[in-house]
Design a binder for this molecule. Structure first.
Ligand code: TRP
Length: 460
């Protein structure tokens, strides 16, 4: 293994550092803002009845997501290695155990599994760029867009092709390394996406059933909320913030000493949540205005937005731009999903970045076919939660990420001593105390209770 201990005892990262604080915030935002906000949030909110689910999701973001994100960044910056090595190093340094490395390993595996299906859905967005540009959705009816998506789902060859293309793009950026690859890819995407969402919001307010959309999203009906939905809301909070799997830890490893972890986390959490809510505000008014079903599942955005955009003047153009931006958002997230695995291979097995990116990316690409086939040839081969895609989604979002987050919070709150965490968070004060209480008590107990009751209900 390579050493990253400099002579003066200050650790630096082998993979370079972010050129500025802004670059770090942008990169973490780029990883957080992705399909999770625009594709996943609306459809899981739709499947779980809206309001009450959204409320639980928001509570989880604030009470669990934010403290876990801060924990990940501070652990990452202190260790300055890949998540596996960092957890091992700090575990020993804090007088606990090197076995904390398995938390890092769990994260590496979660990233690989998530990206395997994430890449398939990202492939859908690539396909929808082409469909939009060729005018397929101009003046299309509800029946047309639904039929278009159904036909695409059955097209194994095309879906395999776009999944392959997307993984190729991801491997390409990751192989180029932190400074040149990651930073440049995220610099303009977030503002552009935000702008596009605002344009769409304008359309949704004027042409959708905006009142019905607001009602669905924000009027809680707790009778619709099962423990399963609560777990799904918590899982969504982890997924959308990219936490619980060491990705943010890996990014934190490249963070300069003087940056405020609390400020950076608050910015990222606010931006990510705003974009998800915005997506909900755009999509549900359109769902209700066009007779679509809120619980249409993973196809929801691929039905509503082409439909709405196809009716707008310049619709083909806006629809093309929208799916380009969504592909970019997915791309910057994919980079974060693969990074822990790649960084681990580089450091642990002494591989070059290029080699590592190709090895990990290749494995993910192969695994991805399980999700490609989930929509067509293996559609009926269901078990436990459903298709291969459904099971991967459940395993990662609802089990691995919350468990990873639980261990990370316990590690930062209980294993690391007060001095270490206070040093990383800029000294003891009320904000520090609030974080520590959340990391020691609220997050671990909250995650445990939700996992416990949800699993009890699934197995009962
Ligand atoms: N947050 C991403 C999204 O909303 C998905 C994601 C989950 C992710 N875990 C991650 C991205 C880790 C980067 C790193 O689309």
């Amino acid at each position: 293994m390579l050493s990253n201990q400099a002579g003066d005892g200050k650790r630096t990262s082998l993979h370079g550092h972010w050129s500025s604080k802004m670059a770090f915030v942008l990169a973490v935002t780029g990883s957080a803002v992705g399909l999770g906000n625009i594709w996943k949030f609306p459809y899981v909110a739709g499947e779980n009845g809206g309001g009450a689910f959204v409320l639980v999701y928001l509570a989880c973001v604030v009470a669990i997501g934010m403290p876990v994100m801060m924990s990940e960044i501070l652990i990452g910056r202190r260790g300055r290695r890949n998540p596996v090595a960092t957890m091992e190093l700090l575990g020993q340094e804090e007088g606990s155990s090197k076995h904390w490395r398995y938390v890092g390993l769990l994260g590496v595996i979660a990233g690989i599994l998530i990206l395997s299906y994430y890449s398939v859905i990202a492939g859908w967005t690539l396909t929808y760029i082409v469909k939009s540009a060729s005018g397929v959705f101009v003046n299309a009816s509800t029946v047309d867009v639904v039929a278009e998506l159904d036909a695409f789902k059955m097209n194994t060859g095309q879906m395999s092709l776009v999944h392959t293309l997307f993984m190729g793009l991801t491997i390409f950026v990751v192989a180029r390394g932190v400074e040149r690859g990651l930073e440049q890819a995220v610099k303009f995407m977030v503002p552009a996406l935000l702008l596009m969402m605002l344009v769409l919001l304008g359309y949704s307010i004027t042409s959708g059933s905006f009142g019905a959309g607001i009602d669905f999203l924000f009027t809680p009906d707790f009778s619709k909320l099962s423990w399963g939905s609560v777990l799904e809301a918590m899982g969504q909070a982890f997924f959308t913030l990219s936490i619980g799997m060491g990705a943010i830890m890996a990014y934190g490893a490249y963070l300069p000493e003087e940056t405020s972890i609390m400020g950076a986390s608050a910015t990222v959490v606010a931006a990510d949540t705003a974009i998800a809510i915005l997506a909900g505000l755009v999509i549900f008014p359109l769902v209700f205005a066009n007779g679509l079903q809120p619980d249409a599942g993973p196809g929801l955005v691929f039905q509503t937005l082409p439909l709405a955009l196809g009716q707008m003047p310049g619709g083909a153009f806006f629809s093309t731009i929208f799916f380009i931006l969504l592909s970019f958002a997915a791309w910057t997230s994919a980079i974060g999903l693969i990074e822990p695995g790649v960084a681990w291979l580089v450091e642990h097995f002494n591989r070059s970045r290029q080699q590592s990116a190709i090895i990990v990316g290749g494995a993910i690409w192969l695994l991805g076919f399980g999700s490609v086939f989930s929509w067509n040839i293996w559609r009926d081969a269901t078990f436990f939660q459903g298709t291969v895609f459904d099971n991967l989604d459940f395993l990662t979002n609802q089990l691995m990420l919350p468990l990873g987050g639980l261990f990370i919070a316990v590690f930062a709150g209980w294993v690391m001593c007060r001095n270490s965490t206070a040093e990383e968070l800029g000294g003891a004060g009320p904000a520090y105390s609030a974080w520590r209480f959340a990391a020691r008590v609220i997050a671990p107990i909250g995650i445990f209770i939700v996992l416990f009751f949800a699993i009890k209900n699934v197995t009962a």
